[in-house]
Design a protein around this ligand. Structure first.
Ligand code: TNX
Length: 496
């Protein structure tokens, strides 16, 4: 059965169904692309997906051809109020036309078409019929930053796992992958001139496993893969705390000059860079500079959280310097909200991520005065690493348990931040208890689509009782994708 037009996640801005306008993909359907190289790459991506699912030839041709049965992807000449990420999708008996001003919008429109097709589209030669409900969708995001954060430091995840996660988040129009690359338990990115960071610092993980790291080529591969899904990678090097792996590799980074042993537990707040030593900033400049050079996106994250072993005045000095180093390499610094309390020279734009709700928003106060951009990732709502309920084996509890409803049912404007300073939302997934891709998926699904919807959809569409029905309808797709998810009893899942 065809999904009702608009029964997708995240909910679109507006939907205008036309009961007489259904379109059927069949063996004669062609894909027409127009408007340049990104129309080509998005069309090729969609064609591959649809060929795999339907078994039809679905040739891609240039030009805005309209005869016969056509899926048209048209770049340019779009309603400018929809921005780069917005799109229109018009379904009539002869065609599906997706139009956008930029590649990102075209890609989001293609992901919408994917969700409007039956779940069988996700399996090789799946079962049709491939009917798309008639009518028109006009869509654009509420916020520019819709993030997912993945911790590859507590446990290491392969390039293939990260790419799979990118595909999964992109299905829900998430457009930022914040990669937590370093922490006490592991250093996961190769840095020229500092080989022991990975050779020593990358050699373990929580629980004592083998760990691992990305070579610079592998990191570039992840970034390019993300870009092909219109996802911007924001790499994070956490400091001045969360640095035991680096200190174990390079004793000169400690104040005592003695390297601590590698760490495989899950405590936080016990390590610190030595803020007064010049070598600390040579190190930081090399690391952040190399990352900036490999990262086309505008942001580099510098952590700044839970620096419980750094004296407060050292913390301020460190953040000031780290923000300057990021700026010197042409990027904007992102940090956890503690960092927003540091007075920075006016005009220093940073992005602060609000996470710890136990401080009643105190950590946001200075940020609000300084006009810092805020990403909301409230621990008790958006942290995908929290247990769902008493039955969940994976996950932590410091901010939870967090049910599917709790993760969905909040509004970014209800925090003490002027609405104009909210850049968006993010769903962090710290990996202390997660070792496999299936673990990642069980924690992210079904909560991640809820955060994605909060970031994309107008508040007027927000409604738990109808959302849980749209969410239940995702399950056959996840099964077809072999994507593991938690069958929360809050949702009436269709019989599998
Ligand atoms: C808090 S979120 C942390 C992390 C932990 C996480 C677990 C943040 C800025 N710091 O070090 O992994 O809780 O949920």
């Amino acid at each position: 059965m065809a999904a009702n037009l608009g029964d997708i996640i995240p909910a679109p801005l507006s939907v205008d169904p036309d009961p007489g306008g259904d379109f059927t993909i069949d063996s004669a359907t062609v894909i027409a692309r127009s408007g340049g190289s990104e129309a080509t790459s998005v069309s090729d991506w969609l064609a591959e997906l649809l060929r795999h699912g339907t078994g039809f030839a679905l040739p891609v041709a240039a030009g805005a051809a309209r005869a016969g049965s056509v899926i048209a992807l048209e770049l340019g000449d779009a309603d400018s109020s929809l921005g780069d990420e917005g799109y229109t999708l018009a379904v009539s008996p002869g065609s599906v036309v997706i139009r956008a001003a930029a590649g990102a919008g075209l890609f989001h429109g293609a992901e919408t078409l994917r969700q409007l097709l039956p779940a069988g589209i996700e399996t090789a030669g799946g079962r049709g019929p491939w009917i798309v409900s008639g009518g028109k969708i006009v869509d654009r995001p509420r916020y520019p930053w819709r993030g997912a954060m993945l911790d590859v430091a507590r446990h290491f995840f392969s390039v293939a796992d990260v790419e799979r996660y990118i595909d999964e988040i992109a299905l829900y129009k998430i457009n930022v992958l914040h990669l937590h690359l370093t922490d006490d338990q592991g250093w996961r990115i190769a840095i020229s001139g500092w080989p022991r960071l990975t050779a020593v610092g990358g050699s373990t993980e929580v629980g004592g496993g083998a760990g691992g790291y990305y070579t610079q080529d592998q990191y570039r591969q992840i970034v390019a893969y993300a870009a092909s899904r219109y996802v911007t990678v924001v790499p994070e090097i956490d400091g001045p705390g969360h640095v035991n792996a680096a200190l174990a590799a390079y004793p000169e980074l400690t104040c005592s000059g003695t390297a601590p042993p590698l760490y495989t537990g899950i405590e936080v707040g016990f390590s610190s860079l030595c803020v007064g030593k010049p070598v600390t900033y040579r190190f930081l400049d090399d690391v952040l500079g190399q990352l900036a050079a490999m990262t086309p996106g505008p942001y580099i994250a510098i952590g700044g959280d839970e620096a419980k072993s750094t004296p407060p005045e050292d913390y301020v000095a460190f953040i000031e310097k780290a923000v300057q180093i990021v700026a010197a390499h042409g990027k904007t610094a992102v940090g956890w909200s503690e960092m927003a309390a540091v007075p920075l020279p006016s005009g220093t734009g940073i992005v602060a991520e609000y996470w710890d709700t136990s401080d009643n928003g105190e950590s946001l106060r200075t940020a609000v005065q300084d006009d810092v951009r805020i990403v909301l990732a409230p621990g008790n709502r958006a942290y995908l690493d929290q247990k769902y309920d008493d039955n969940t084996t994976l996950g932590l509890v410091w901010a939870g348990p967090t049910s599917v409803e709790t993760a969905y049912d909040w509004d970014p404007t209800s925090y003490e931040v002027p609405a104009g300073q909210v850049e968006g939302v993010e769903a962090p997934l710290f990996s202390e208890t997660l070792t496999t891709m299936s673990d990642i998926e069980q924690m992210a699904f079904p909560r991640l689509p809820g955060i994605a919807e909060i970031g994309w959809s107008p508040q007027s569409t927000h409604d738990w009782s109808s959302y849980r029905l749209r969410l239940a309808a995702q399950a056959p797709r996840w099964e077809a994708m072999n994507l593991d998810f938690y069958r929360s009893p809050e949702v009436s899942w269709p019989a599998g």
